[in-house]
Design a protein around this ligand. Sequence first.
Ligand code: TXA
Ligand code: MG
Length: 373
Amino acid sequence: MRTRMLSATDLATAAKAIDEAAEILRRGGLVAFPTETVYGLGADARDGTALRSIYAAKGRPSDNPLIVHAADAPRAFSLAESVATQAHMLADAFWPGPLSLVLPKSAEVPDEVSGGLQSVAVRVPDHPVALALLERFDGPLAAPSANLSGRPSPTSAKHVWHDLAGRIDAILDGGETGVGLESTVVDLTTPIPCVLRLGGLPLESLERLLGDVEVATKLRETDTGQPVRSPGLKYRHYAPNAPLYVLIGDRRTVVHALSQLYRDAKDKGRRAGFLLTQEAANLLNIDPSDRLCYVLGPLGNPDAVARRLYAGLRYLDAGAPEVIVAEGIDGSGLGRAVADRLQRAAEGSLLQADEVLARGTTLRALLEGIPSG
Ligand code: TXA
Ligand code: MG
């Protein structure tokens, strides 16, 4: 299949591209489009055949349900069997925006959307191209992130092209996305709202409106013996090709451990990628032209760090490193979602910075899995 790149970076001239995209979707095709969070891979949410082709194009397990995008709250809620008061409150406060609400699904929602669950996740995206496309298409669009399953979500049309060219009909290019992390997913099918995925809407904003909310962390079947509430939590995610290690601990120790591993890479001539904040890059005196270092942004600006996180993972991967070492990020606001994504991308390969220092851990030790110390 030949994938078409449709330019919608200039809103004044984007109408034709959006018309063409809507037409492809009406015929049951797949179109990637920008949202404020990440690019989505859109298909008609009422068309089972089109929905199955989303799973095929991404290589996505069929039990991982899709988020349905609508042009406004009434149209989003028409996909639900019932809408709790809290859903109306959240929609009033945060839509259009980076928040997906899980509600009991209406009978019209195809099984391909819900992955066999009795619920449906809906959201109204805050992006002019996404909203124009939804209006023009005049129907709900199911859209997972437009990456190959397991890879970092795409924050530019180029990322989508890299993963899905030849597998989908078209990409609407709306430039780089603003938030850079996927939407926050909140389950409202239970009496206490539960955050199934941290994301573009900070937890603090939800808590201000709802009071305390539950945050799902260990909802894997193996962890709890309970049915999975968010199937997405089961799978490897956001991962670069190279093994990724995340340094955690207090700030000073993390920066020292980064420095130790960076010097080791330079001394031994190893191809190691480094993902770090501006502050750490300054302290390590990193050469700005170093192809294997990617500076996320200032530590004090988690929004900026979030915006560049996936682009950074993809950028480093393109340099074909043997290993990537990331500075652990945490804190409030989007910092918490960034920490979550890094940890998932590293699949548990967290390095305690104080141990790295105490044991003098080298990159070779990491790569060969040598139990150091
Ligand atoms: O920002 C976003 O949410 C992006 C853009 C394109 O809108 N979309 C996105 O979709 O990230 P995806 O498919 O990559 O992630 C959807 C997440 C998965 O973790 C999935 O398990 C969860 O939402 N999800 C979807 N429907 C659900 C449901 N009915 N119940 C529980 N979790 C659900
Ligand atoms: Mg995804």
